[in-house]
Write a protein that binds this ligand. Structure first.
Ligand code: ADP
Length: 334
């Protein structure tokens, strides 16, 4: 379990329902995406048409599911939620598609993880609102065409580039969600604090925002942990001191690095003089799996400009030395 992990855990799933913005006006940040979506949805509504298919890309926790709910709400349409990994066979997708009602919004999370046959069925359905259901096998197999009601597909993926072009091309609207600026996260935190009935000072919100890795889901989660601390150890009010002390308990530092991040960075600096060092060697040194270092710790360290992946191995940047309060080793050679 990782407090600064961007994926949703059990508690997130319960609490997030209460914290989700319900319309575009309530959705914080992502100004351009919001404006474009607003235009698209208003035009579709005015025409009495179903909205175009929407592809949302971006890291976990940035608001893709929330936007799909907002799209459905703004279109006054029901919403169905599923995900690529849940669709193992084309038949699973046919079952979902054929049960949609007219105008329904279908949210397909991790759309890049669908099987190839399902993917092919999906792009035909997106374009022609029709699927061919194959019954029987071998020589006796026949494709039965099935008409679908018009629907809006909202696909979500971490990177649009993971989609095969024929699928990507069938979205009328594509938006990339960026990480949030600290000021935007402060607004997210103030809004959530209001909904959760937590008293918070602006400096307290700023302290949490700075450690939230640009991600609203993490901001909301840290707020809940800080609230616990404020309740038990203080008078319930989230001040800068309370936020800072609470997050110190959870070992989240001022920049949002957790213990794993600092262990990796610390080894890179302390054991390997800042690198370059190979991923496997670094992983062994910190006693973690290669994948954990590469997929869990490194992306944020790279994003923060603390670590670089080079052909010769992992290298710490000067900012990494500064962050851990160490002086860089003198470089050898001339
Ligand atoms: P994703 O689907 O991209 O993983 P979610 O839509 O589930 O992310 O959002 C995670 C949490 O962050 C939700 O609780 C949601 O309310 C909150 N959130 C995300 N984006 C925003 C935003 N722009 N404004 C306010 N809250 C947000």
């Amino acid at each position: 379990y990782r407090l600064v992990g961007a994926g949703a855990d059990g508690e997130d799933r319960t609490v997030e329902a209460a914290l989700r913005p319900m319309d575009l006006d309530e959705f914080i940040g992502q100004e351009r995406v919001r404006e474009q979506l607003n235009l698209m949805l208003r035009a579709a509504r005015a025409r009495g048409a179903t909205a175009d298919h929407v592809l949302l890309s971006g890291a976990p926790g940035l608001g893709k599911t929330t936007l799909s709910m907002i799209i459905a709400a703004e279109m006054d349409a029901p919403l169905r939620i599923t995900s690529g990994p849940a669709i193992e066979h084309a038949g699973d997708l046919a079952a979902v598609l054929s049960s949609l009602t007219g105008g329904e919004v279908l949210f397909l999370d991790e759309i890049h993880r669908m099987s190839r046959p399902a993917e092919e069925m999906l792009y035909m359905a997106m374009e022609d609102f029709r699927v061919d259901v194959v019954v029987g096998t071998g020589l006796g197999a026949t494709a039965i065409p099935l008409e679908l009601p018009p629907f809006t597909l909202v696909g979500a993926t971490t990177r649009a580039g993971l989609l095969v072009p024929p699928l990507r091309d069938r979205f009328g609207f594509t938006a990339h969600l960026e990480f949030y600026a600290p000021a935007e996260l402060e607004r997210v935190i103030h809004r959530s604090a209001r909904l959760l009935d937590v008293a918070i000072e602006p400096e307290g919100a700023a302290e949490i925002a700075g450690r939230s890795r640009g991600t609203p889901r993490i901001a909301n989660r840290l707020l809940r942990r800080v609230r616990d601390y404020a309740q038990v150890k203080a008078d319930g009010v989230v001040t800068r001191e309370v936020a800072s002390a609470a997050l110190a308990v959870y070992e989240i530092d001022g920049r949002g690095l957790d213990r794993l991040d600092r262990t990796v960075l610390g080894a890179l600096l302390g054991l390997f003089g800042g690198g370059p060092v190979g991923l496997s060697t670094l992983a062994v040194a910190v006693g973690e799996e290669r994948e954990t270092v590469e997929e869990v710790a490194e992306p944020f360290l790279v994003r923060e400009g603390l670590l670089a992946r080079t052909p010769r191995g992992r290298v710490a940047t000067p900012a990494a030395w500064a962050h851990l309060g160490l002086a860089p080793l003198p470089q050898g050679g001339s």
